[in-house]
Design a protein around this ligand. Structure first.
Ligand SMILES: CC(=O)N[C@H]1[C@@H](OP(=O)(O)OP(=O)(O)OC[C@H]2O[C@@H](n3ccc(=O)[nH]c3=O)[C@H](O)[C@@H]2O)O[C@H](CO)[C@@H](O)[C@@H]1O
Ligand SMILES: C=C(OP(=O)(O)O)C(=O)O
Length: 416
């Protein structure tokens, strides 16, 4: 298993390009299942999750053609096997996103309950309830969701804000008979990117980005071209890496548009932020100030940035309280950060982080995707050598991370 060896203590400096968003690309790849005509995508990130999703789609009959280094064409003319087997979905939560499209296009689907980051129970009851409201017959048997039926429009109010739940139901509704209204919908930018792609395919969608999305079903969707939005979480992660090391970094091919709260917190921490149209610059002070935060659905502070801010608070001046409200088990990075010398106390869903003047390198274990990112940030800020084990989590969501960090002057090496 690969490990990451970091020699910390060097402020990051220079420029690096941000990749397309994993959490926008994954649902959009699934959207290709809705049409018999090809979907042409640009700015697709090179990630293990994307490779897993492409393998999953390919075994259903989707023809995948690479188009340049970041382009893909997906041809779902023939869907011979509307199934997602356990072996292919166990590592990736987003694989549940094939359920809505398969059911809408084929009238049947058999999808294994998904895996993904172990950050909480992560049930899919809202996906199932929504599809049932649209007329699907669904049973869960031997770890599989088995669904069939012709979908019709419905009014759906989800119990909580769910990102992939909203995406699954929105995709299913594009081919349903009549109008679907999703209330309490997720407002995440990735939902909007998916809606934009679906609209380019001929779907009738309004309200994406608000709490109420209306979808008028059409008979079929057609081919389209779409470019995946920049990854706001990768952007935020590099901003935190620059902040924690006292660095001066410019991130290109990205946007500050979806990062308001994250940028506000970095300003509170004492960083200077320079916003351009397609780039963000950050200049960090010698010592950051501690910043408290509470995660919540967009547009509030993203849970996917919580671990990275725990790392920067670990080396900041003062104490901060981090409250996690989305996932019940998303503090697993805390014990690993403590190995590096961080002062963190967990009290239910609060982490109380008291900054220390410096962290010291150690061997640590990555437990999930963003936890891994927080360890990388802490390792970059620490004095001496940090060895991060189980970095397969990192490869799910960060494209060429060691190469990008090396470009910023970090000493980071993958060891086999
Ligand atoms: C591939 C992808 O886009 N993943 C993101 C997506 O995950 P994901 O879509 O899985 O997260 P959700 O928004 O669905 O989860 C929010 C909360 O609702 C609960 N819930 C959700 C669905 C359901 O049917 N029942 C239920 O109880 C979850 O356990 C969690 O407590 O949004 C999360 C919250 O921003 C991010 O951390 C993930 O990076
Ligand atoms: C939790 C994440 O991914 P997933 O939902 O695929 O597990 C993430 O992207 O931070």
């Amino acid at each position: 298993m690969d490990k990451l060896l970091i020699q910390g203590g060097t402020p990051l400096a220079g420029e690096v390009a941000i990749s397309g968003a994993k959490n926008a690309a994954l649902p959009i790849l699934c959207a290709s299942l809705l049409s018999a005509e090809p979907l042409q995508l640009a700015n697709v990130p090179h990630l293990n999750d994307i490779a897993t999703m492409l393998r999953l789609l390919a075994q259903m009959g989707v023809e995948v053609t690479l188009d340049g280094s970041e382009g893909l064409a997906l041809d779902s003319r023939v869907l011979s096997n509307p199934q997602a087997p356990y072996d292919m979905v166990k590592t990736m939560r987003a694989s549940i996103l094939v359920l809505g499209p398969l059911l809408a296009r084929c009238g049947e689907a058999k999808v294994s309950l998904p895996g993904g980051c172990a950050i909480g129970a992560r049930p899919v009851d809202q996906h199932i309830k929504g599809l049932q409201a649209m007329g699907a017959e669904i049973r869960v048997e031997n770890g599989y969701v088995i669904a069939r039926g012709k979908l019709r429009g419905a009014r759906i109010v989800t119990d909580m804000v769910t990102v992939t739940g909203t995406e699954n139901l929105m995709m299913a509704a594009t081919l349903a008979d009549g109008e679907t209204v999703i209330e309490n919908a997720a407002r995440e930018p990735e939902v909007v990117d998916l809606a934009n792609c679906l609209s380019a395919m001929g779907a009738q969608i309004s309200g994406a980005g608000s709490g109420v999305i209306r979808i008028r079903g059409v008979e079929k969707l057609h081919g389209a071209t779409h470019s995946i939005m920049p990854d706001r979480i990768e952007t935020g992660t590099y901003l935190c890496a620059a902040a924690a090391t006292g660095g001066n970094v410019r991130l290109t091919r990205t946007s500050s548009a979806f990062l308001d709260v994250v940028i506000d917190k970095l300003l509170d921490a004492g960083c200077e932020i320079d916003i351009e149209r397609d780039a963000i610059g950050i200049k960090a002070p010698a010592r950051l100030k501690a910043v408290s935060l509470r995660t919540a659905p967009y547009p509030a502070f993203p849970t996917d940035m919580q671990a990275q801010f725990m790392a920067i608070n670990a080396v900041a001046d003062g104490a901060a309280v981090i409250r996690e409200t989305i996932f019940e088990n998303r503090f697993m990075h805390a014990v690993e950060l403590i190995r590096l010398g961080a002062d963190i106390r967990i009290d239910a869903n609060n982490a109380i982080v008291t900054g220390v003047p410096r962290l010291n390198g150690a061997t640590v274990m990555a437990t999930d995707l963003r936890a891994s990112a927080s360890l990388v940030i802490a390792g970059l800020a620490a004095q001496g050598e940090t060895l991060i084990e189980r970095i397969y989590h990192l490869d799910r969501g960060y494209e060429r991370i060691e190469e990008k960090l090396s470009r910023l002057g970090a000493s980071v090496r993958r060891v086999h």
